[in-house]
Structure formats: C-alpha cells, structure tokens
Design a protein around this ligand. Structure first.
Ligand code: ADP
Ligand code: MG
Length: 224
C-alpha cells in the first residue's frame, strides 16, 4: 500500500492568523520505507502528518491510502480508517486520561477489533521495547512527555497499522533512547511493510531513514 498526496493545499486559522501551511504539495510514500520529513519549524511537517492521518481535511487535493481516497469517505469511515489502518505517535501523545499505559494499548487493540486477552502479552512486550516495562500501571498524568509519547508509539505498533505517522519522536528523550526508538521504528517499518513518515530534526532519525523529504524543496518545487 502506498500513500499518495496529490496537490495538497491546507490553510489554517482565520483573520490575521490565516496561514497557508501546505501549498500544492504532491508526493508519494512507499510501503516498507521510513521517510524522514525535514524542514524548519513552521514548514508544515505536522500539518502534513495531520492531513495524511485523516485528522485534517485539506482545502484542496487528494490523500490516497492504497486504493482509498480519504476525501470520498464519510466521517464515520474516516474514524474507522484511523482506528484500523493508521498509527500515530504525536507529541501530545493523545492518550486517554484515566487509563494506565497498559490499558491504553488494550483499549486501542479492542477498538481496532482485536481481543484484549490475546494482545496483553504483546502489549507488555511493546511497552518493554519502548523502555516502559516499569510504567505499565502509570496513567498519563503520572508520565513524562517523552514517556507519554512512547506509550503512543507502543499503542500504534500494537494495531499493526498500514500507515505509521510519527511527529518528532526523539525530541523529549536522551540520546541512547533516541537511538533505541529510531531502531524500533525502522525495524517495524521494514518487517511489517508499513508506510512510515517521521517529522524530525534529529540526525539519528535522518541517518536511519530510507528517504528524506525536505519541506522547503517542496514549497518551491510545487508552487504554481
Ligand atoms: P512544523 O510542524 O513544520 O513546525 P506546522 O505544520 O505545525 O509546522 O505549521 C505550519 C504553519 O502553519 C506554521 O507557520 C504555523 O504557524 C501555522 N499554523 C499551525 N497551526 C495553525 C493554526 N491553528 N492557525 C494558524 N496557523 C497555524
Ligand atoms: Mg511540528
């Protein structure tokens, strides 16, 4: 399954804060490849991830996931696509308040159609993989920002998404952990064959990526 973005334009805000975050962006992401999305702060990396992840509808252009044009889906179908086909590791973590780290994973697996019992071992294994074996019973408000983000990564990997979207995974962790997380993301991408897009400034991530897309090249290459 490939991810195609075709002539995407996104305008955010209104009045004086109105900003064209993406302007006529066209690109294709390949399965089994880790793509690093680079570019200065404000160049539209997070916006691209939100559009690709069916969290934000573009003003213009198409997002095509395999054979599915996301614009042709109803809100309900888009929500289902997010639960079953897409994994997110965003900086906010997007965790559910009140659930422990382990429960975050079990809830996601259940929403995606899996049986919680069958996935409990796998959930613990993934939490150990992201360095949180000792945090299974912690709730989001008891975790650091970097830990919350790692729970989100473990949760994303548990549902075996076709598309994995990651926003600055190594910004809030030490260098050793940055290497471990990057390795985990790269291995998962190659083993599962998912399309992985990682917004990053980190040389460790860029080095591990199969392809790099510079938002600034796109801004100039695709206007007009
Ligand atoms: P990056 O992730 O590369 O730092 P973003 O995708 O977050 O960039 O933002 C792209 C541009 O859109 C920036 O100039 C940012 O200021 C602007 N922007 C982001 N969110 C909003 C919003 N809600 N309203 C207006 N402008 C926004
Ligand atoms: Mg960003």
């Amino acid at each position: 399954m490939t991810l195609r973005l075709n002539d995407i334009t996104v305008t955010l805000g209104s009045g004086e804060s109105r900003t064209t975050a993406l302007h006529g962006l066209t690109t294709t992401f390949q399965p089994g490849a880790l793509t690093a999305l680079v570019g200065p702060s404000g160049s539209g990396k997070s916006t691209l991830l939100a559009v690709a992840g069916a969290l934000l509808r573009p003003d213009e252009g198409q997002v095509v996931l395999g054979e599915t044009d996301l614009a042709s889906l109803t809100d309900r179908e888009r929500a289902r696509t997010r639960r079953t086909r897409i994994g997110y590791m965003f900086q906010s973590g997007n965790l559910l308040a009140g659930l422990t780290a382990e429960e975050q994973l079990l809830a996601a697996a259940s929403l995606a159609g899996g049986r919680p019992r069958a996935v409990r071992d796998q959930a613990r294994e993934l939490l150990a993989d992201v360095g949180l074996a000792h945090r299974l019973r912690h709730r989001p408000d008891q975790l650091s920002g970097g830990e919350r983000q790692r729970v989100a990564l473990a949760r994303a990997l548990l549902t075996r998404p076709e598309l994995l979207l990651v926003d600055e995974p190594t910004a809030a962790v030490d260098r050793t952990r940055a290497g471990d997380l990057t390795g985990l993301i790269a291995r998962t991408t190659h083993q599962h064959g998912c399309v992985t897009v990682v917004a990053t400034h980190d040389p460790v991530v860029i080095e591990a990526a199969d392809t790099t897309i510079d938002m600034l090249d796109h801004a100039t290459a695709t206007t007009g």
